[in-house]
Write a protein that binds this ligand. Structure first.
Ligand code: UD1
Length: 318
């Protein structure tokens, strides 16, 4: 049994990781400042976790949170491209300064390994598809720059201090508990909840932009592998976490129509500033060094996600 610290434990990905760790019998501590994390995401596991309201910029709080910890999953972030375009300083503070604080605290506490939520947005609009980790990054938005900077810090802390780090470049993770309510929410969470409540979704642009949409269980699986993989294979390295398939937004909308039964069409709005056109992962490196292959494909992931939001709607009505 190991003790894990999850930053951003009340978020969509952090709370999913917490459930997986509890299920395999590990001890879980979590920090969150509840800026985007939600208490209801951890309400059912409150008795099984050591939850602390700590901001990443609170050095003392983080040092205390890292005490005795074996592994850290660093998920806390302001995870939005458009929000970073509006507020680059805020994005930098949470995503870069927060990450450096966490790394110092983890180093000082002699944590065994830090696994970091990196982002496929680091690839930007490089024309090559699929994207592989050996490519030169080409970030567009301040968010992408900040997430990429976090990766460099991960590698730097491994090289300078010997703290084992692994960066996982997430490709559009979706699934139960993703917040659909903010203007910065992930597109699938928004579309699903809109379509289930009979509202018309808006496709920003012509809908031909594509993403390697990745169901949450795949991301959880990758994190668990990243903790166990031999340091010689993974420490200081970067890995894609995705499905190696892509769908454009028009296709995603059509699939959701089929699954939700929504009868209408989408409306179209202006393309978002800082938006990436296409995203698709090469998984060779993750397969070879992490032993990662996706477990749940896009359509099955959509079905499970729609079922979950349906359940939420029913529970709210009851
Ligand atoms: C997402 C993640 C980001 C992650 C990155 C790479 C979210 C909120 N952002 O960014 O944290 O690092 O993937 O994995 O999960 N769109 C619409 N209509 C809407 C909302 C969005 O058409 O109502 C479009 C956007 O313009 C974009 C696409 O959907 O083209 C995806 O947008 P979004 O879900 O915000 O994700 P990314 O920007 O790709």
């Amino acid at each position: 049994m190991a003790l894990y610290l999850i930053t951003g434990i009340a978020g969509f990905i952090g709370s999913s990781l917490a459930r997986a760790l509890i299920a395999q019998g590990d001890e879980v501590r979590g920090v969150d400042n509840f800026s985007t994390g939600k208490r209801h995401n951890v309400a059912d596991i409150l008795g099984q976790i050591d939850l602390r309201e700590v901001d990443l910029l609170d050095f003392d709080g983080l040092h205390q949170a890292c005490r005795g910890v074996d592994y850290v999953f660093h998920e806390a972030a302001i995870p939005s491209v458009p929000k970073s375009v509006l507020d680059p300083l805020g994005s930098n503070r949470a995503n870069v300064d927060g990450t450096v604080h966490l790394l110092i605290a983890a180093r000082d506490a002699k944590v065994k390994r830090v696994v970091y939520a990196a982002s496929s947005s680091a690839y930007g609009d490089t024309p090559t598809l699929p994207k592989h980790e050996g490519m030169l990054p080409n970030p567009i938005s301040p968010y992408a720059v900040a997430k990429l900077t976090g990766e460099y810090y991960m590698t730097s802390f491994y090289r300078c201090y010997g703290l084992e780090t692994v960066s996982l470049r997430y490709f559009n993770i979706f699934g139960p508990r993703q917040d659909p309510t903010s203007p910065y929410s992930g597109v699938l969470a928004k579309f699903i909840t809109q379509m289930l409540s009979g509202e018309q979704p808006t496709i920003l642009g012509d809908g031909t932009q594509s993403r390697d949409f990745t169901y949450i269980d795949n991301a959880v699986h990758a994190n668990l592998l990243a903790v166990k993989a031999p340091a010689s294979q993974v420490a200081g390295q970067v890995f894609n976490v995705a499905t190696a398939k892509r769908a454009d937004l028009n296709q995603a909308f059509q699939l959701l129509k089929k699954i939700t039964g929504y009868p209408g069409e989408a409306k179209y709005g202006p393309t978002r500033s800082g938006d990436v056109k296409h995203s698709l992962a090469d998984l060779s490196r993750s397969e070879k060094h992490l032993g990662y292959t996706p477990k749940v494909d896009f359509e099955e992931g959509l079905r499970r996600t729609v079922d979950w939001y349906r359940g939420q709607f029913k529970a709210a009505e009851a």
